[in-house]
Design a protein. Structure first.
Ligand SMILES: Nc1ncnc2c1ncn2[C@@H]1O[C@H](COP(=O)(O)OP(=O)(O)OP(=O)(O)O)[C@@H](O)[C@H]1O
Ligand SMILES: [Mg+2]
Length: 438
């Protein structure tokens, strides 16, 4: 039996509410449980009715959809908000996603698109609902996604850590970090996969001089079909041994995935993570229906920030969203790229100031400057991760990327000393008691 998806409609135009309601009634798995004419009413109704999905207009009197989305996702963490607007530009979409929306649809709404979006968002929340049920007596409190919960779903026997490298600012250095991190995590007996989730402008293929016969585009439509044999066929292996899953070869294919199967990359990662010890995911800077679900299921998010005002400002907004989504603070590894850039003498922002602004520690740093840029570009031209290209790991910047990878490795796998293992166990005990099941 399929679940019944409870839906709340929030739109100031009664006619729109009515017509959407009628059209949703054709689908037997949908149930419209209520409707509201402005954001404030929508938030109140959501608290009372606890719907699975809210379809929300952006422009409304009294309280608009952005403010309402932000309030409602805090109050009812199990609800997925689908935002609708007649304004259809990327700026509006970013604002909607930053407010906590899961999807952005332009008006007039294509009903088939709405149907599939509702089902896809509902499915994304499966893990959050499950965790919520386990947390009795915590109505209105945060729901943390327990990465271990994902592992139960598939049958590999690896550690399955998912590391998503993200920056809200383009060109911040994500692909360079993701590639070297994946390369630096490799060691005997440890399986690592690098995934290019920057579907439209992905650079992993270029950085590693790889082309693939099959890509994410070939599985996006039917992730269910993905098994280990299929996986072996679409994963390409670099000369250095690094395994990668590349994005679609043409931007048009990327558009199709983003339009029709935005959740496909998350589904792929969630299905195969236990076949690997680490999956490193490189992402695009847009906050969209591809990236947010990936950030949800990440074990660690490497949030890449540069010492510039726009980068710090955008990182602040993203960190606020992470708080709103109840991501635990230790899930985010704030990574300062281009630290101490000597060309920006005087105007560069120090890591201390960044820590002050963002109110959390900079956990990792990669220097900037001409020498670093030259080394990084040389590696790209060779199509080899810097770590694999340079034998000497003692010199910067290779050493910095090695340190970064070692730091992540140690924090997730433990380095083996008894003290550290004890600390790890204590930490985990602490977390599971939050979930109420020790
Ligand atoms: N620490 C660094 N110092 C100097 N140059 C760097 C550093 N990190 C990356 N670069 C250079 O900056 C450019 C952008 O890096 P990269 O492609 O990794 O960023 P990105 O965040 O993936 O960008 P995009 O938004 O295009 O995906 C590259 O040419 C890279 O060589
Ligand atoms: Mg990139």
């Amino acid at each position: 039996m399929v679940d019944e998806i409870k839906i709340l409609l929030v739109d100031d135009i009664a006619e729109t509410r009515e017509s959407i309601k009628k059209l949703l009634a054709f689908e037997t798995d949908f149930k419209v449980v209520g409707s509201a004419g402005n954001g404030r009413e929508g938030v109140e109704l959501a608290k009372e009715l606890r719907p699975d999905i809210i379809i929300m207009d952006i422009n409304m009197p009294d309280m608009d959809g952005l403010e309402a989305a932000s309030l409602v996702t805090k109050a009812v963490p199990t609800v997925g908000v689908i935002m609708m607007s007649v304004q259809n530009d990327s700026d509006y979409m970013q604002r909607a996603m930053l407010a906590g929306a899961r999807f952005f649809l332009s008006k007039p709404v294509n009903m088939d698109k709405l149907y599939s979006t509702i089902r896809s968002v509902y499915e994304q929340y499966e893990i959050i609902r499950r965790q919520y049920e386990q947390m009795q007596n915590n109505v209105g409190g945060p729901v943390l996604i327990d990465p271990d919960d994902l592992k139960k779903e598939n049958d590999g026997d690896r550690a399955g850590h998912i590391i998503v490298v993200y920056s809200p600012q383009g060109g911040a250095g994500c692909t360079t970090i993701a590639t070297n991190l994946a390369s630096g995590l490799m060691r005997e007996g440890v399986k690592v996969l690098l995934i290019d989730a920057d579907l439209q402008f992905g650079d992993i293929g270029m950085f590693l001089n790889l082309t693939a016969q099959s890509t994410i585009a070939d599985i996006a439509e039917d992730v269910e079909e993905l098994d280990t044999d299929f996986l072996d066929n679409i994963v390409v292996t670099h000369d250095s041994g690094l395994k990668s899953l590349l994005g679609p070869a043409r931007p048009a294919l990327a558009d199709e995935i983003r339009e029709n199967y935005p959740d496909a990359v998350r589904e792929i990662v969630a299905k195969i993570n236990t076949y690997y010890d680490f999956i490193v995911v490189d992402t695009a800077s847009t906050l969209d229906a591809v990236n947010i679900p990936l950030l949800d299921i990440a074990t660690k998010i490497m949030l890449v920030v540069n010492p510039t005002l726009p980068s710090v400002k955008n990182s602040r907004l993203v960190l606020d969203l992470f708080d709103q989504l109840a991501y635990p603070q230790e899930k985010v590894v704030l990574t300062l790229n281009r630290a101490n850039d000597d060309r920006r003498k005087g105007s560069g922002i120090t890591s201390e100031r960044i820590e002050n602004w963002l109110k959390r520690p900079v956990s990792a740093q990669i220097p900037g400057g001409e020498n670093v840029e030259r080394a990084v570009l040389h590696a790209i031209n060779k199509g080899i991760p810097l770590i694999a290209l340079e034998r000497d790991h003692s010199k910067s910047p290779t050493r910095d990327y090695v340190d970064l990878a070692n730091q992540i490795y140690a924090s997730l796998m433990g380095t083996g000393t008894e003290d550290e293992q004890e600390q790890e166990t204590e930490k985990r005990g602490g977390l599971s008691s939050i979930f109420g099941r020790r």
